[in-house]
Every structure is written in structure tokens, then in C-alpha cells.
Design a protein around this ligand. Structure first.
Ligand SMILES: NC(=O)c1ccc[n+]([C@@H]2O[C@H](COP(=O)([O-])OP(=O)(O)OC[C@H]3O[C@@H](n4cnc5c(N)ncnc54)[C@H](OP(=O)(O)O)[C@@H]3O)[C@@H](O)[C@H]2O)c1
Length: 342
């Protein structure tokens, strides 16, 4: 439970009784909680979709169905039944041992996957799929620059791009992540860039001298313009976050954030016409009500060869270590998904 947004120090464990199930709901015993960058922004008070007052953070989880409302149907109507292993999305409330879930946002976990892997898939996978297939419209043979390529969205993006047959220029924050990418995805070292603000423009240009077709970026800040400049004519820039604005403390230094915010890079749409480049931006949470669309993206992702290669889980924390898990996420050192086990 977060006692109002503003500081990670306001996170605490509380015991509460869940209300009875209503039609359309199933009770899930949560086995793993997937952390998202949005959780940290929400707790710090920097995420516009955050509920007012006290709230339970968390957008995704995996667990077992303990009970299902009788009108929702054990199996027939919802396709789900008691005992099923599911992964789910929830608009806040995943940081819990049990929760009442809307069955329309529950998906069966592939049987080869663990609960941790199930909790590592939906939010970041749907983000990657929407960015690549729907906005970036990436085609076989195109070159795509992926920022934070060793992160949750980043690794799932690499997987999707590999299955499309795109070439990837991967950008990461440190050499351990670069090594991880060349070991696991066999990306040639020349196609991996370690982010350094002073040499960044030169480094990406030397990896992609002919430019790139698509940029997938959730870092923004000083890397935005060099990446925009790297796009070829006809290129698409998909922007879906601003990790560069992430405060490093447990609460927000508004003076430092204000300086970054007011000096942020901007684009003139008229220049974009003559550049022949597009900027596309989104936040998955505003697609929340498009349930059939979310499921169709999920179905498309499940047609990819995930089998044997489930989403990468990085560090796993206990429920009592939730604040440490968020601090670790905030540090920018994570590779793969950060998971909490209640
Ligand atoms: N719009 C949407 O719907 C949507 C949905 C999900 C996620 N996102 C965004 O996508 C991005 C990735 O999300 P994720 O959950 O998969 O996280 P993640 O990539 O696993 O972790 C975040 C990564 O951001 C990078 N980073 C860059 N600057 C940073 C900074 N100042 N502080 C901390 N980290 C920094 C770090 O990697 P490197 O240093 O290696 O780059 C860090 O590992 C986030 O920006 C998130 O907000 C957007």
C-alpha cells in the first residue's frame, strides 16, 4: 500500500480483507508481481493515471485462480477455472498477496513458464508489440534502434524484432548489459552502443552509417535529437517513456526535475514534414478499455516462437523488500524483469 503518492518511503505492508467477488471477477492468489517503471513514477507522484489518495501500486501479476464468481462461469463462460495458472493486468492493485481480478484481463500462462516469467510478460510485451507492430510498423530487413535494449520492454522488443527479421542497433547503459546482449541475442558488438552523452551521436552513427528506419525510445532527454537525426527519410520515431526524467532519490527533487523538464527537446511538426520523419507516442494505460485489441495483440505475440525462451527475469525480491526492488529498478542497473514474490 502506498500512503498517497510522493515518496517511496510511504510504501507499507497492510493487511486488509478483500470484498466478495462480483460478476466478471476471479480471486487470484498472487505468486509473482511484475515491476514496471510506471510503478516508481506512480509512487513518486509523477504518473498522471495514478489514483488519488492511498493506493496499491502494481499493474501486473501472475498466480493461481482460487475462486471465480458463479455467474462468470467455472470454465465455460470465461474459459478459466479454479486452479488455473494465470497472468493478469490490473489498473493498480497488483502489489498484493491476493486480489480480485477482472477476468477479461487474465491470460493463461504457457505451461513451460514459471509464475515469475508470467509476471514478466504482459505490460512490457504488449508495449513492445504495440510500438513495433502498430506504430513503428517494422518490416523485415529494416533497421531499428532500441534504447534500454537489456530492460524488460527492450528484451521483449529484441525477441519480436528478431522474429520479424529486422536488424537491431541496441543501446544500453553499461558494459555488463552489452555483454549480456551479445551472449544471449548474439548481437555483434558493432551493433551495441553503450550510452555516453558525450560520444552518443558519433557512436550510433558509426553503428548505423546509413541511418535507421525506426527508433524505439523510452529514455528521451539528450539522446532524443541524435536519434531523431539518425532516422532515414520515411523513418518512424516511437516514444513511449522518459526514463531520463526518473528521479534518483526516494522522493522528487522538483528543482532538478524542473530544469530537465523545461529544457527538454522539442520538435517542430513543420520541420518533420520536410524531414519526412514521423514521431509516434503512446501510453499503454490509455488503451486499457480496448480489451479485444489487447487480447488480439497478446494472441499475435503468442504466435511468436516464445516456447523454450520465456521472458527474461532479472532480480527477484521478497514482498518485504518491495522498496528495495523499486530502488534497484530506479538505479537503472536492472537487466530483464524485476519481480517481487509475495
Ligand atoms: N508508454 C507505455 O505504455 C510504457 C509501458 C511500459 C514501459 N514504458 C517505458 O519503457 C521504459 C522501459 O520500461 P521497463 O519497465 O521495461 O524498464 P527497464 O527497461 O527494465 O528498466 C529501465 C531502464 O531504463 C534505463 N534508464 C535510462 N535512464 C535511466 C535513468 N535516468 N534512471 C533509471 N533508468 C534509466 C536503464 O537501462 P539502460 O541504462 O541500459 O538504458 C534501466 O534499466 C520505461 O521508460 C517505461 O516508462 C512505457
Amino acid at each position: 500500500m502506498q500512503r498517497g503518492a510522493g515518496s517511496l518511503d510511504r510504501l507499507e505492508i497492510r493487511t486488509e480483507t478483500l470484498p466478495p467477488l462480483i460478476a466478471g471477477q476471479a480471486r487470484v492468489r498472487v505468486r509473482a508481481i511484475g515491476l514496471n517503471f510506471a510503478d516508481v513514477f506512480a509512487c513518486l507522484g509523477l504518473y498522471s493515471a495514478t489514483p488519488q489518495g492511498d493506493f496499491i501500486p502494481g499493474l501486473e501479476f501472475a498466480g493461481e485462480i482460487e475462486a471465480i464468481h458463479e455467474t462468470t462461469g467455472g470454465g465455460k463462460k470465461s474459459g478459466l477455472k479454479k486452479g488455473d495458472r494465470v497472468m493478469g493486468l490490473i489498473r493498480f492493485g497488483a502489489y498484493a498477496t491476493h486480489l480480485n481480478a477482472d477476468v477479461r484481463y487474465l491470460y493463461t500462462i504457457p505451461k513451460e513458464w514459471s509464475f515469475e516469467e508470467g509476471a514478466a510478460f504482459l505490460a512490457q510485451g504488449l508495449t513492445a508489440q504495440y510500438a513495433i507492430a502498430h506504430l513503428g510498423h517494422v518490416q523485415r530487413g529494416e533497421t531499428v534502434l532500441v534504447q534500454s535494449a537489456a530492460g524488460g520492454v527492450g528484451l521483449l522488443s529484441l525477441f519480436i524484432l528478431k522474429s520479424i527479421g529486422a536488424r537491431v542497433i541496441a543501446v544500453v547503459g553499461n558494459s555488463e548489459k552489452a555483454q549480456y546482449l551479445s551472449d544471449t541475442f548474439k548481437i555483434p558488438p558493432t551493433d551495441i552502443v553503450i550510452r555516453n552523452p558525450r560520444t552518443f551521436a558519433r557512436a550510433i552513427r558509426s553503428s548505423a552509417p546509413d541511418g535507421v528506419d525506426v527508433v524505439l525510445d523510452a529514455v528521451y532527454g539528450k539522446y532524443f535529437k541524435p536519434q531523431y537525426n539518425l532516422l532515414r527519410a520515411g523513418g518512424r520515431y516511437v516514444l513511449f517513456g522518459a526514463a531520463d526524467l526518473m528521479p534518483s532519490g526516494t522522493s522528487v527533487n522538483y528543482a532538478a526535475l524542473g530544469i530537465k523538464y523545461f529544457s527538454r527537446p522539442r520538435l517542430d511538426p513543420l520541420t518533420m514534414i520536410s524531414d519526412n520523419k514521423s514521431l509516434l507516442a503512446f501510453n499503454l494505460i490509455w488503451l486499457w478499455d480496448r480489451i479485444a485489441f489487447l487480447r488480439s495483440m497478446f494472441d499475435d505475440m503468442m504466435k511468436l516462437p516464445w516456447k523454450g525462451q520465456p521472458p527474461a527475469v532479472g532480480r527477484v525480491f521478497s514482498f518485504e523488500e518491495t522498496r528495495e526492488a523499486m530502488r534497484f529498478f530506479q538505479s537503472g542497473k536492472s537487466t530483464g524483469k524485476v519481480v517481487i514474490k509475495p
